[in-house]
Design a binder for this molecule. Structure first.
Ligand SMILES: [Zn+2]
Ligand SMILES: [Zn+2]
Length: 434
């Protein structure tokens, strides 16, 4: 019996020692400090040990998708888990938002980890045994995985709370997918409700799964990583007449066709070709029947850029084009240019801090430089207020985000919680040492 106890004590002692190197380039000399290295290895061990639990968490969340600002049961499920970890949990922030605070054993800075909670109005077609049990609702953007990553990171960090040099705040945000038109989304409402205060956050980390990237790889970059997003609404007013007498009317459809074509010149002829931008008209509606000159046309679309300056130039260009059509064709026009999200801006200091940690954890070949994506994320609203870092996590299995067949490779649950926990841990450790 004594020998058995001694054996287990020995194993426990081994676990206290710095863990062994990992990743493809583990044998190479490292430019990082031992603290950074140990955090990555330690939390990877922890995430692997709780993998079965993480899978259960993710599957449970996947079964119960809820839409924008309706995340009631999701929120209750998440809050219950965080309370069990002994965190200070505040619920009902901006509706269904949650903030959980983990105070470390040592004084220091405050770092946040953010997950989004909402699902989409999509009929799931994965055929998975744990598919959505809510008809017409689906976690088709991986937010079930995002919540699991942050819940698991909370557990990993709570287990070392005495060693933490500061405080970690876990943010669970409602409605990332976009609020109804003219309403504010989840991040904006959480910020207005003071989510970044008490305690005041010094830095924030977040991620999004990306099916285009193999599981086990991540991608990040300093600066803009996701786009400025605006909605555009164009109205063109002409004058109805018989289709056989166009000269007696003002053809709104003809004017709209000119507008659609000329708008694309703003992308191809008007900006530096090295700068990424998209202008898409996604809906066009006008006219009544084949032999009537259309009196009016409405169009909706979106503009994506990576700088406010370019976005403003495109907006001005659209106004000029519409004014030109008023002069040349006699239509009346209006443009409503509604800013949805600014670009997600990654802080260069945070990027440089965690890059070696992530490389240690995954191997250098698995940490890629991200191409800025022309989709938007309201993480941008945090990133405009405090140093933040958002990265893409390869989730493998191929089907596009927001598609009915979307799912993630659950192997990511062994990795992502460790990356988030290590980023938070190393950030606090580095701040404490400054
Ligand atoms: Zn989405
Ligand atoms: Zn998403």
């Amino acid at each position: 019996m004594k020998r058995i106890i001694a054996f287990f004590l020995f194993i426990a002692f081994l676990r206290l020692l710095p863990a062994s190197p990992r990743g493809a380039d583990a044998a190479r000399p490292t430019p990082t400090s031992p603290v950074e290295f140990d955090a990555a290895a330690y939390f990877l061990d922890g995430a692997a040990a709780m993998f079965a639990e993480s899978v259960q968490l993710r599957r449970q969340l996947h079964r119960m998708p809820e839409l924008c600002f309706q995340e009631k049961e999701t929120s209750a499920f998440v809050a219950a888990y965080l309370k069990k970890l002994g965190l200070e949990v505040s619920t009902g922030i901006a509706g269904t938002g949650i903030k959980a605070v983990l105070r470390g054993g040592r004084p220091g800075a405050v770092v946040g980890l953010r997950a989004d909670m909402d699902a989409l109005p999509i009929v799931e077609a994965t055929g998975l045994p744990f598919a959505s049990q809510r008809p017409g609702r689906m976690h088709a953007c991986g937010h079930d995985a995002h919540m699991t990553h942050v819940l698991a990171a909370a557990k990993l960090l709570a287990a070392v709370r005495d060693r933490l040099a500061g405080t970690v705040v876990f943010i669970f945000q409602p409605c990332e997918e976009g609020a109804p038109m003219k309403e504010t989304g989840g991040a904006e409402r959480l910020i207005a409700a003071g989510i970044l205060e008490n305690p005041r956050l010094d830095a924030l980390f977040g991620l999004h799964v990306l099916p285009d990237l193999p599981a086990g790889k991540i991608a990040l970059r300093p600066g803009a990583i996701m786009a400025n997003v605006s909605w555009i609404y164009v109205r063109i007013q002409g004058k109805a007449a018989h289709g056989a007498f166009p000269h007696q009317g003002i053809d709104a459809i003809f004017a709209a066709a000119q507008a659609v074509n000329q708008f694309q010149a703003l992308i191809s002829r008007y900006k530096d070709p090295g700068e990424k931008a998209v202008l898409t008209i996604g809906r066009i509606n006008g006219g009544v029947r084949s032999n009537v000159i259309a009196e009016s046309v409405e169009m909706e679309g979106t503009v994506r850029t990576f700088s406010d300056e370019l976005e403003n130039r495109i907006r001005l260009g659209m106004e000029n084009i519409l004014r030109g059509l008023e002069t040349s064709l006699g239509v009346k026009t209006s443009l409503d240019f509604e800013k949805v999200n600014p670009a997600v801006m990654n802080d260069a200091g945070l990027h440089d801090l965690v890059l070696p940690v992530f490389r240690r954890a995954l191997g250098k070949a698995n940490v890629l430089t991200a191409e800025p994506l022309t989709i938007g994320e309201d993480f941008s609203l945090y990133s405009r207020r405090l140093p933040s870092l958002f990265f893409f996590l390869g989730s493998g299995v191929g089907n596009a985000l927001h598609s009915p067949a979307f799912t993630v490779d659950e192997g990511i649950l062994k990795v992502a919680p460790a990356l988030l926990a290590a980023a938070a841990f190393v950030y606090l450790e580095t701040k404490a040492g400054q």
